[in-house]
Ligand binder design. Sequence first.
Ligand SMILES: Nc1ncnc2c1ncn2[C@@H]1O[C@H](COP(=O)(O)OP(=O)(O)OP(=O)(O)O)[C@@H](O)[C@H]1O
Ligand SMILES: [Mg+2]
Length: 308
Amino acid sequence: MAPIISVQNLTKTYANGFEALKGINLTVEKGEILALLGPNGAGKTTLISIICGIANPSGGQVLVAGHDVVKDFRATRGMIGLVPQELTTDQFETVFNTVSFSRGLHGKKANPAHIEKVLRALSLWDKKDNMLRQLSGGMKRRVLIAKALSHEPDILFLDEPTAGVDVTLRKDMWNVVQELRASGVTIILTTHYIEEAEEIADRVGVINGGQLLLVEDKAALMAKLGRKQLILDLAEPLERLPDCFAGNGLTLEADGSRLTYDFDADNEQESIAALLTRLGENNIHFKDLSTRQSSLEDIFVALVGASK
Ligand SMILES: Nc1ncnc2c1ncn2[C@@H]1O[C@H](COP(=O)(O)OP(=O)(O)OP(=O)(O)O)[C@@H](O)[C@H]1O
Ligand SMILES: [Mg+2]
C-alpha cells in the first residue's frame, strides 16, 4: 500500500536565511502513530507546518494520499487535522461554536452529533456554552484538539499537545488518540515527554538541527540501541578487576565498590548465571544486585548528543 504521507528531500530556509530543514525524507503508513522527538528548534513544527500546507517548502516535495500539498492544498488540508503548538483561538466565541465553525471551514456539512461526541470525549461538554476566554489553559488546549477533530480527519497532527496539560487530561487525551487510531486515523505527534512517545507510538523519529537522525519501529529501536545493565554492589571494595574478566563488558566503578555489566538481552540468563559463578570463584561477593534497562530517553539523549 502506498504510504499516506511521503516527504521527499524536503528543505526549508526561512526568509532570514535560516536553514530549518536540511533534506528530510520520511514516509508514514496509514493508521500508525509516529512520534517526532527533538530538542527546541529542531524543526518539528516547521516540518509539520509544511506537511499541513500552512508553510511553503524551499525544496523537495510532500505528498499526502498521493496529492502534492502545495499544488493540491484543498484536497490534502481537508484530510488533515492539526492541533497547533501555539494557542490561537477567538476568545469571545463559545466552545461549541468554535468547534462547529472549524468543521465548516474544512467544507464539511454541519453535524452537531459529531461535535457533541468530540466535546464529550475531551470532557468539554459542560463547557460548551462558555466563551474561550472563560476557560483554563489546559481546557483551551482541549478546544484546539476538538477543532482538529471537528471535520473527521484521516490524519491528525498533534504538535506538543500535552504541554501545560495535567496528568488526568493527558491520559484522556491518549485514550482519544488510541480510539482514533483504532478507527484508522494516522497520528503524528511531537512531544518533549519521551515517556509518552515510549507509551503510545508505533514508530519514533528523532530530529535535530533540521535533520532526521532516524525513524524506526519503537520496539526495534529500544532493542537495538537500548542497553541492559546488571549492577552489583560489592560486599568488599575491589582494588582492581582480575584480568580474567577483562573485555567482557564488566566495569569496576571509580571507588571499587560497584561492578556494572552490560549484557545482551538475548541470552541474559545464561551469561549472567555464568558471570556470577565466575565472580564467586574469584572470591568477589556482592551484597546487592539490580538491573537497569535504558529508556527511550537515554537513547534520545545519546543520539542528539552525538549529532551536535
Ligand atoms: N519564521 C521564522 N523565521 C526564521 N526562523 C524561524 C522561523 N520559524 C522558525 N524558525 C527557526 O527554525 C528552527 C526550527 O523551528 P521549529 O519551530 O520548527 O522548531 P521545533 O522543533 O518545533 O522546536 P520546539 O520544540 O521549540 O517547538 C528554529 O531555529 C527557529 O528559530
Ligand atoms: Mg515546535
